[in-house]
Write a new protein. Structure first.
Ligand code: ADP
Ligand code: MG
Length: 328
């Protein structure tokens, strides 16, 4: 597939207690035009930092190595107008809409600011575009909404406003960082359906970040699994879900409660996740892996092509011969 976005060898360090700590380690990925790609993994695995690196929204003091290319441009070299143009083509939706919206300004001001400031569109025209954008994400009574303040809207409604805002600049790539995690279940499903429909209608590429492998599989063509700041496996979502190659992916799949399986106790992935800077030498998952061998701790496994995808496990072939997860 013709790549819209390519990330090569991305390593990011952030200052923690005054010391640079590695949070992403040699991340390489590509997203094609109109492709929906999931990024899953436990908390702290580096999903948000991956999206923020792409969007050029890393915290102050971040040290970055590697390359980020968007439609033939070097994203890391962008400044001024070039960076503003890039930000209109690559939009981000965050987990907690309230943390990313100014509470003392109206929804209308929030939605039209980029259009009025960057594109010099008149207030009246910008309002018209904002109304249409709100209608597109299923917000009723959208003219009135423009005059309201964020606290007057529910979380689900506010997330729709954020999605409308992300779409106003007609982006080609949407980075959605756990957009439904903070919402209740029914609202989650509605917001997901809207995102999915808009994406298909507009041929948008999507990086969909979630800790829920099943949700990623339902929405995305391909899913990448991240652990300790690294990509551990990347494959077509259906394959990844049905027959995971990496023991970490298998553990994540098994940990998900299922209505089809009666479980007496909910399975969890044993141990706690480690960050990139805490990861030992060798495979970062070795300490929690049910299939660990000495050689897993000796050398860090590269992400390599296998079975139509990529996997970073030296035992993937032999484990793949047996069912990767045992279920009763
Ligand atoms: N502002 C920050 N400064 C320093 N470290 C951070 C900051 N934000 C996140 N981290 C660390 O970076 C690592 C990756 O975090 P993150 O990308 O937010 O994980 P995820 O989104 O997968 O939960 C974690 O170890 C986290 O503690
Ligand atoms: Mg996150």
């Amino acid at each position: 597939m013709n790549a819209l976005l390519t990330v090569t060898g991305l390593t990011v360090r952030l200052p923690l207690d005054g010391e640079p700590r590695k949070v992403l380690s040699d991340v390489s990925l590509g997203i094609g035009h109109g492709e929906a790609v999931g990024l899953v993994g436990e908390s702290g695995s580096g999903k948000s930092m991956t999206a923020r690196s792409i969007a050029r929204l890393l915290p102050q003091g971040a040290q970055v190595e590697g390359e980020i290319g968007y439609a033939g441009t070097d994203v890391r070299a962008l400044r001024g107008q070039g960076l503003r143009d890039f930000r209109s083509k690559v939009s981000m939706v965050f987990q907690d809409p309230r943390a990313h919206i100014n509470p003392v300004r109206t929804i209308g001001d929030f939605l039209t600011e980029a259009l009025r400031v960057n594109r010099r569109v008149s207030r009246r025209v910008a309002d018209g575009q904002a109304v249409r954008a709100l209608e597109e994400v299923g917000v009723a009574d959208s003219r009135r909404r423009l005059r309201q303040f964020p606290h007057e809207l529910s979380g689900g409604l506010l997330q729709r406003v954020m999605i409308a805002s992300a779409l106003l600049t007609e982006p080609r790539l949407l980075l959605a960082d756990e957009p439904t995690t903070a919402l209740d279940v029914t609202t989650q499903a509605e917001v997901m359906a809207i995102l999915d429909e808009l994406r298909r209608e507009r041929g948008l590429a999507l990086l969909f970040i979630t800790h829920d492998l099943e949700l990623a599989a339902a929405v995305c063509d391909r899913t990448m699994v991240m652990y300790a700041g690294r990509i551990m496996e990347s494959r077509a979502s259906a394959l990844l879900h049905e027959r995971p190659l990496h023991p970490y992916t298998a553990a994540l799949t098994a940990a998900r409660p299922s209505v089809l399986r009666r479980v007496h106790r909910l399975t969890t992935v044993p141990g706690r996740p480690v960050s990139a800077f805490e990861a030992p030498g060798g495979c970062p998952f070795a300490g929690r892996c049910a299939h660990v061998e000495d050689r897993c701790r000796e050398r860090r496994p590269d992400l390599r092509p296998l079975a139509g995808g990529e996997v970073a496990c030296v035992r993937a072939e032999e484990l793949h011969q047996e069912p990767a997860v045992t279920r009763d």
